[in-house]
Design a protein around this ligand. Structure first.
Ligand code: ITT
Length: 203
């Protein structure tokens, strides 16, 4: 008889993230479910932490308590050198509390107005935290280096993807890549592969 799989709720309200996470989560012995699969809405967890790790942990732990299941959360953002690391943990709120991706991207391009190519280095960072049924955490992180472009291009992905040119993508923006191509080089792809490795049973 097949062993029972451990259910893990994916702790995000961001549909773009969820699609990328779902495409990569295939871990023997685990079944990843969304709040929608459980007949519930995503929960709004105040991101009061100072770091990606703090916030990912806050989200994973809030979902674990709410659903009584192990949980996996992602906290991620864009770090721009010329802006002293902003927007960082405030990436989803850069242009205001409920700002859209378009508003955040516009604000970024405005802040970098007049900055030449040598001043546009940036990176996406991601921390994923898995908490087991008892609250025991495992975390993993990933980074994707690149440059901020001068105008948006492409319609894939989400967030700042149309203005982010990954070093590993030879002139394309992240939004011009397919999801498979993005996941192969992205901060989230790297973090999830590391986490998956940690969750895999020993050979
Ligand atoms: P949850 O907290 O519900 O997961 P969120 O969008 O609020 O959703 P974060 O607090 O982690 O998530 O903020 C991440 C923001 O960073 C996201 O809204 C984008 O603006 C940006 N971001 C992160 N990963 C990105 C990616 O792969 N491509 C483009 N932008 C990204």
């Amino acid at each position: 008889m097949a062993a029972e799989k451990r259910r893990v709720v994916v702790a995000t309200a961001n549909a773009g993230k969820l699609a990328e996470i779902a495409a990569q989560l295939d871990v023997p012995g685990f079944e990843f479910v969304t709040p929608a699969d459980l007949g519930a809405e995503p929960i709004d967890v105040p991101e009061t932490g100072e770091t990606f790790t703090d916030n990912a942990y806050l989200k994973a732990e809030a979902y674990r308590r709410q659903f009584g299941l192990a949980a996996l959360a992602d906290d991620s953002g864009l770090v721009v050198d010329a802006l002293g690391g902003r927007p960082g943990v405030r990436s989803s709120r850069f242009a205001g509390e409920r700002a859209s991706d378009l508003e955040n991207t516009r604000r970024l391009l405005e802040e970098l107005d007049g900055f030449g190519p040598e001043m546009r280095a940036a990176r996406f960072q991601c921390v994923v935290v898995f908490v087991d049924e008892h609250g025991e955490p495992i975390s993993a992180c990933g980074t994707c280096e690149g440059q901020i472009g001068f105008s948006p291009r492409g319609s894939g992905g989400f967030g700042y993807d149309p203005v982010f040119l990954p070093d590993e993508a030879a002139g394309s923006t992240m939004a011009e890549l397919t999801m498979v191509e993005k996941n192969a080089i992205s901060h989230r792809g790297k973090a999830l592969r590391e986490l998956k490795h940690a969750l895999m049973p020993e050979e």
